[in-house]
Design a protein around this ligand. Structure first.
Ligand code: NAD
Length: 497
């Protein structure tokens, strides 16, 4: 059986805690790999390696950093297929989707290649007699990243490329469910010329995370995962004096107005609800059909959803793969099984699906629930599976109020041909990312990604300008080089002359 170790100080390091976790191929249900779980000493070793590397990396020239990043970009570009296969083998998503994940991660490496422009700083000359003021941004030190299972390559790439481009060093704790992609990303960074210790990966569970949260040499923590853990990360790391951005879960709504192109809306709802088996934080999991569009919209969603081919991610014919674990599959199924008793109409029930030849895989088919009451668990919880809830609203206002009453505010979308309604929605909806006739509005790399309410704790979104701000701190330098003719003591408060 393959073993996934840690990556510390530029090399693979075997686990010493004696604890390992299983990594499963979700399509077969077979344990294929064991992953070392770091104890406190191993986390400390990774932080120490990052701290040592920081002493020189922070003063490395921008030219040095960007030349490594450009080489890294080229290596990743050449290895897209390999990375996508690693992702599919441990996460289960279909190959095309895994390739898409790598592409979206690469965007942030490309953004980091252009860090020279982002770190230019500001200068005001002659703010007062012979006084100049400069504003610069400097790295924080050792930064930690803790990432979820659903994007094992992209979410780490949301974080470390920008962090290291800004002059920080990094300790990544990827999901223990699919850790191989993160280790490969670190190996390729070393191959691209990244100095030892600048990027480290420790595998493990809560023990490793909690040590990072309290470690005195960790300056900041980026987290992406579920809301309860995001809340814990934010509270604990903040209490230890660290800068924190903690992105949490979601329940993303799509509002469909009566004038929308219903075929386009149904295409979008099906793609965004069932893509990656619903294991996306930007998945659409609730459609709000406004003003009598519900029956027609549900019919069109059903017609499309029924045709989705579920199968192993490495089969080119598959459109949707299995769920990450059997336990998660069972939890998702319990929401579908309990929905009718809580007042929903079960239009499609995907529970109980098996895929011939892959009987032990973590399968569940497509589920579509209509007329879901807001009190039903299937609506109230983040299911994180291929289950779409449809709700009905009489008016735009009623639909908007429903969306804004949700505890989450990650992404949302409106489908309409009415520019005025779309404009109102953009301004009135309480969510961090809005799509207008776009179902999964994940911002491009040079804008930032982040939600509102229980979808993000902290005040920085990830990547884009917010990412650069998060991984740097500002310094303002006021300088006077007096003319040799100046002089004399002045006890007055400094003011402008
Ligand atoms: P998770 O919260 O279970 O795990 C995320 C990370 O936290 C993992 O590295 C895990 O090892 C660690 N962790 C788990 N329990 C912990 C604990 N008690 N203490 C400390 N660390 C702990 O999330 P997941 O199941 O891996 O990922 C799915 C979740 O992530 C969903 O809720 C999804 O919406 C969310 N997500 C959000 C975004 C976003 O941008 N907002 C993006 C992707 C995923």
């Amino acid at each position: 059986m393959k073993t996934v170790n840690h990556w510390i100080g530029g090399k693979s390091v075997e686990g010493t805690s004696g604890t390992y976790g299983p990594v499963t191929d979700p399509a077969t249900g077979a344990v294929t790999t064991r992953v070392a779980f770091a104890g406190v000493e191993e986390v400390d070793a990774a932080v120490a390696a990052a701290k040592e590397a920081y002493a020189t990396w922070r003063t490395s020239s921008l030219a040095t950093r960007t030349s490594v990043l450009f080489a890294y970009r080229a290596l990743l570009d050449a290895r897209r297929e390999e990375l996508a296969r690693l992702i599919t083998a441990e996460h289960g998503k279909v190959h095309a989707d895994a390739l898409g994940e790598v592409a979206r991660g690469l965007e942030i490496v490309e953004l980091a290649c252009g860090i020279t422009t982002q770190l230019k700083g500001e200068l005001s000359t002659e703010v007062s007699g012979r006084v100049d003021v400069a504003a610069i941004r400097q790295p924080l030190g050792v930064v930690a990243g803790i990432t979820p299972f659903n994007f094992p390559a992209m979410v780490p790439m949301w974080m470390f490329p920008l962090a290291i481009a800004c002059g920080n060093t990094f300790v990544l704790k990827p999901s223990e469910k699919d850790p191989s992609a993160a280790i490969r990303l670190a190996e390729l960074a070393a191959e691209a010329g990244l100095p030892d210790g600048v990027l480290n990966v420790v595998n493990g569970d809560r023990t490793a995370v909690d040590r990072l949260l309290e470690h005195p040499d960790v300056a900041a923590v980026s987290f992406v995962g579920s809301t309860p853990i995001a809340r814990h990360i934010h509270a604990t790391a903040s209490a230890h004096g660290k800068r924190v951005q903690a992105l949490g879960g979601a329940k993303n709504h799509m509002l469909v107005l009566p004038d929308a192109d219903l075929d386009a809306a149904a295409d979008a709802a099906v793609s965004a609800a069932y893509g990656s088996a619903g294991e996306r934080c930007m998945a659409i999991s609730a459609v709000v059909a406004v003003g009598g569009t519900g029956d027609e919209l549900v019919a069109r969603i059903r017609e499309r959803a029924e045709k989705i081919k579920v199968g192993p991610g490495d089969d080119p014919a598959s459109e949707m793969g299995p769920l990450i674990t059997a336990a998660h599959r069972d939890k998702v199924a319990s929401y579908v099984r309990g929905a009718a008793a809580q007042g929903a109409e079960v239009v499609l029930d995907g529970t109980g699906l098996t895929v011939p030849g892959y009987e032990d895989g973590h399968w569940i088919g497509i589920s579509l629930l209509d007329k879901v009451p807001v009190t039903a668990d299937a609506y109230r919880d983040e299911i994180f599976g291929p289950v779409l809830c449809v709700l009905r609203a009489e008016t735009y206002e009623e639909g908007l109020a429903l969306i804004n009453a949700s505890p989450w505010g990650n992404g949302t979308a409106i489908f309409t041909r009415d520019g005025g309604a779309a404009r109102r929605f953009q301004l009135e909806v309480e969510a961090g990312m809005v799509g207008v006739n776009v179902p999964i509005p994940v911002p491009v790399g040079y804008h930032s990604f982040g939600g509102w309410k229980a979808s993000l704790f902290g005040d920085h979104h990830v990547y884009g300008n917010d990412g650069v701000h998060f991984y740097t701190r500002g310094k303002v330098i006021t300088t006077r080089w007096p003319d040799p003719a100046d002089g004399g003591v002045d006890l007055g408060f400094p003011s402008h002359r």
